[in-house]
Structures are given as C-alpha cells and as structure tokens.
Ligand binder design. Structure first.
Ligand code: ADP
Length: 453
C-alpha cells in the first residue's frame, strides 16, 4: 500500500513539475519522469538486496552470516528480513546436523573395530583410526582411492568381488610379519545405494587362543593315549598268553607304571585348572619356608634314590627363617616341581642346591640350582608352555608330564612373584621364584622375640 502511495506521489510530483513548465506535454512527461525516478530508486533497493543475497549464497561457511542485511524499507526490507530469518533457520539446521555428524564420526572413531565407508565404486569415503592401523591407510591421502588399490590381499579382493557378505574374510593385517603374524577379520555390509561399510577386527589373540586350545586338547589326548595303548597291550598279553610268575610280575609292574603316569598327568591337569579358576591367594595365610623345605627335601631324596643308583648330592639351605603368604599347597607344588626337575634332569652323582634368600629389599627368593645338562637358549622362552619339553624321552623316563613349569609359572603369577630361569647347556640350570616383599616376613622365633625385647 505504502509502495503504491509513494509511487503515486512520485508521479504526481513529476506531473506538477511538468505542469509548471507550461509546455504541451509537460504534465504527461512529468508523470512519466516521476514514475521512472521511483523505479530507479526501487531498483537500487532491489540491487542492494540482491547483492546481499549473493554474498550469503557464495559464503564458504554456511551457518556463519557473511555480511549484515542492508537496512531497506518497504517491501524489499520485508523481503530481506524474511529471507534472513529463513537463512538463519537453514543455518541452525546445518549447524545441528554438522554437530550430530561430528558426534557420530567421533563415536565411529572410538569404535574398537576398524570402520571404512566405501562409495558405490568402492572408493574410500571415510575411515577411522583403527582402520588406518589395520589396513595401513593414510587417512588423508587415501580418501577417494579405490580399496582394491590399497588392500591387495587376493582373499579380500575375491570377497569384495563375490558380493556375498553373509560371512567375514580373514586376511593378514598391515603390520603382520613372519615373526609376529597379525590376523584381521573383515566383514562388509551393504547399505544405501550400493555403498559398503567395512568392519575390521584384530583376531590374532582369539586365533592364538583357539590354536592353543586345539593344541592342548591334542596334547592331552596324546599324553593319555600312549599309556592307555601300553596298558591295553599288557592286558591283552596277560589274557591271551600263558605267562610264568616272573613275567606276570614284570608286566604288572609296567602296567602300574603306566597307570601312575596317567594319574600324575590328570593330577597336574587338575592342578592347572584349579590355578586358572581359583581365587587370588589371600595375604593372611602364612607358610613357613622351613616346612616347605622339609617336604621338598624328603621328595627330592626319595626321587633321587629311585632314578639315580648312586644318588645326587642334595644341599638344602633354608637360610633366614621366614614365612610366605599364600596358598600352601600351591607354594609346595611350585617348589616341589623345581626341585624334582633339578633331580630328574641332573645325571647321577650331580649336585642340586636349594636355598631361600631374604633379599635386602624385603623380597624373598627360592633358588634351585643344578649341575645338570642345562637348556639351550632357544628353548628358554617356551619352557613354561604346557607340554613343552626339551628332552622328551628324559621327561617321560622320569615320569614328567610336561606341565611342571606351567604350574610353577601360574603359582608365581598368582602370588605376584617372578620366575627367573638361567641355564647354560652342559653347565646346569638355575630356577628362581622371587616373592614380593608384601608376601614375605621374618619368622618370629622365641630367640628373635627375645632379641627384640
Ligand atoms: P616335564 O614334566 O617334562 O619335566 P616341565 O614343565 O617341568 O615338564 O619342564 C619342561 C621342560 O623343561 C622339561 O621337559 C625339560 O626338558 C626342561 N627342564 C625343566 N627343568 C630342567 C632342569 N632343571 N634342567 C634341564 N632341563 C629342564
């Protein structure tokens, strides 16, 4: 309305000025000139609004106003104002959308799985840091690169080409080496218009655990089957052959030996499983080192008498009377395994020394040293693996199960202790368990109690 009034005023003012000139067409030309002046003024406002709109449109950062709305009156001012409000709503939506996208990408970054987004052509649109580690991508440089150019595993390329994504594919990871193989499980999921989401996970530990489980079952079966086969053979012999008394006695002794071997194996297996599932040893149950020494010395002497006709030289030095906190049966089992191993792997007449040392920093150390055949350095890192044996026949001959050092390692770990193994082939071995100061205390004997008074 105001616009029309202003337009009419302009034309009338032009007409009045034209009429004042008193020429023939003065009034008509004046009206026309007045109309043109109004139109020119209107176009100036329109241009200002248009140039503001162009600046807003060309702005690189939506959400941030590039320039202020020029002050315009009338319909252009109104139009500018409404446009500005619409732009503000758009900008708010944009900023909210951007914040949500950032949060979503941050969540994908935090994912323990590698995440890769592929476009319809199989080019990388986005990937998280874990995927960078798994596949060895460069998060910036490799964007828009075709995945097949970056992951060159034939199994992976065949999987992507097959378009059957109902299962995953296992491929070596980027950092995989012969010494440290890394296995990745990669699973593709189709979404949107032919896009794909790749999820990758490091399954090295799972595969290792599975391989260990398989090996363990195979080893246990093998260890049990051998004495069982021997036993079955003797039973058949006893059933079918007419044997004299001496032969029967000899066979029965061999059968007893095999069943003892199975019994020892089952006992060790049960000990291991108890160690794995049992509660952490408390710190209030104390066992004296002298009691542990006495038990082990007895066992070592008995074993030495059986396997070495001339016997070993056994030296037990229980040192400062102390107590260790933990589970007595476990502590005994660990020390006993080390001592009997020393006897079993040291030739007849060799020296086995066992001692307990209270270290200056309060820690306590059990040490079992022998002058046996020793162990080559390449075997040392694997000695505590279940069923790992350096000398298979010697182990079997002397009733070994291959689980002794695995038990020692578990007991040490459960008591916060450290197992140290030093050995030189031909010169002997030294096994030590070092208990933390918190689990060791000097024994209060009558003498020490009197001395402290
Ligand atoms: P095993 O029942 O076979 O003795 P262990 O787990 O106790 O099983 O020991 C693993 C392997 O470590 C043994 O088979 C043996 O080859 C080696 N070993 C253990 N203790 C000694 C030792 N004192 N001297 C030499 N070799 C040893």
């Amino acid at each position: 309305m105001i616009r029309w009034i202003f337009f009419t005023i302009c034309m009338l003012a032009g007409g009045a000025l034209g009429w004042l000139t008193a020429t023939k067409f003065g009034f008509g030309l004046g009206v026309l000139a007045g109309g043109l002046v109004w139109l020119a003024l209107d176009m100036v406002n329109f241009r200002r609004l248009l140039s503001w709109l162009r600046t807003e449109q060309n702005s690189d950062s939506p959400g941030i106003s590039a320039s202020a709305l020029p002050s315009l009156s009338g319909i252009w001012g109104d139009l500018g104002d409404r446009t500005r409000r619409l732009l503000e709503i758009r900008d708010r939506y944009y900023l909210e959308g951007q914040a949500r996208l950032d949060e979503f990408l941050a969540a994908m970054q935090a994912s323990p799985s590698g995440v890769v987004l592929l476009d319809a052509q199989g080019r990388i649109e986005w990937c998280n840091q874990m995927a960078v580690q798994h596949f060895g991508f460069d998060a910036q440089r490799d964007l828009r690169q075709h995945i097949a150019n970056l992951v060159r595993e034939p199994a992976f390329n065949a999987y992507m080409a097959s378009a059957d994504f109902s299962h995953d594919v296992v491929i070596p990871g980027h950092s995989s080496t012969l010494a440290r193989p890394v296995k990745l499980s990669v699973h593709a999921h189709a979404y949107g218009k032919n896009r794909k989401l790749l999820l990758s996970g490091d399954i090295t530990a799972v595969e290792l655990a599975e391989a260990m489980r398989r090996d363990f079952v195979a080893n246990v079966s093998h260890e049990i089957r051998t004495p069982l086969t021997v036993l079955a053979g003797f039973i058949e012999t006893l059933q079918t052959l007419p044997l004299n008394e001496a032969e029967r006695t000899r066979y029965l002794a061999l059968m007893a030996q095999q069943s003892l071997r199975m019994q020892t194996l089952v006992t060790d297996l049960l000990t291991l499983s108890r160690l794995e599932g049992g509660p952490v040893p408390g710190v209030n149950d104390w066992t004296t080192t002298s009691a542990l020494f006495a038990q082990c010395e007895q066992e070592a002497r008995a074993l030495s008498g059986v396997i070495a006709p001339h016997g070993h030289r056994l030296e037990f030095e229980s040192g400062m009377a102390c107590e260790i906190s933990g589970i007595q049966a476990e502590l005994h089992s660990a020390l006993s395994n080390l001592v009997t191993n020393a006897v079993r792997y040291t030739p007849d007449g060799g020296l086995v020394q066992v001692n307990w040392i209270l270290l200056e920093d309060g820690r306590g150390q059990f040490q079992v040293r022998d002058t046996g055949r020793g162990i080559a350095p390449e075997h040392l890192p694997r000695l505590t693996e279940r069923f790992y044996r350096v000398d298979r026949s010697r182990s079997r001959e002397t009733g070994g199960t291959g689980l002794g050092l695995a038990i020692v390692k578990h007991v040490a770990q459960r008591h916060g202790a450290e197992l140290r193994i030093e050995s030189q082939p031909g010169r002997g071995s030294c096994f030590s368990i070092i208990f933390p100061a918190a689990r060791v205390r000097r024994l209060q004997t009558a003498e020490t109690a009197l001395a402290s008074l």
